[in-house]
Design a protein around this ligand. Structure first.
Ligand SMILES: [Ca+2]
Length: 177
């Protein structure tokens, strides 16, 4: 993780390797070993800065996975063009939540809870590394699989004794209550 505004204490607490610095400077990108990195997260509020950093990052590491936030919906396509793999659009997200809040406020509460690990329940993913029976994948106390995912599709109907090939993911809900 790299960023000038990341909460250092939180990063330390979670033991996530991190470097602080100006992302628009190649010195920072080099210092964080961008050429060997697997993932780049760009949580900036300035879309043009995000695009600049993504282009610089992609140039230094063609195989890296880039995740970024997007402030303006009309920049999403541009960000895709800049090689950003996963774009989180606040405008799109808040628009959807607002629309849902009118008719389905419980669903909005569910999404809000799911997106913060501080309280309530949590959602997590488990990657299936090799052919495994679903029943043999160990889950913690209070954890339950709610969906399977493969090749861009979620599967909600599946047998408890299904055998999963490599490439599947489990979406797991973790609740302490
Ligand atoms: Ca939560």
């Amino acid at each position: 993780m790299v960023g000038s505004e990341l909460d250092q204490a939180e990063r330390n607490a979670r033991e996530i390797p991190h470097i602080s610095g100006d992302l628009t400077k190649s010195e920072t990108l080099n210092r964080c070993g961008i050429e060997d990195a697997k993932t780049m997260m760009i949580p900036l509020e300035n879309d043009s800065e995000t695009i600049m950093i993504a282009l610089a990052t992609r140039g230094l590491n063609p195989g890296i996975k880039i995740i970024a936030t997007c402030e303006a919906r009309e920049h999403v396509e541009m960000m895709r063009g800049a090689g950003i793999d996963h774009i989180i659009s606040y405008a799109e997200l808040s628009g959807r939540l607002l629309a849902h809040a009118v008719t389905e406020p419980v669903v909005v509460d569910f999404i809000m809870d799911a997106t913060t690990s501080v309280e309530g329940f949590d959602l997590k993913q488990i990657k299936v590394g090799e052919k495994t029976r679903l029943a043999d994948i160990p889950l913690g106390a209070g954890e339950k699989e709610i969906a399977l995912y493969k090749s861009g599709r979620f599967i909600f109907e599946f047998a408890a004794d299904i055998t999963l090939d490599e490439g599947y993911y489990l979406v797991v809900i973790a609740s302490s209550c």
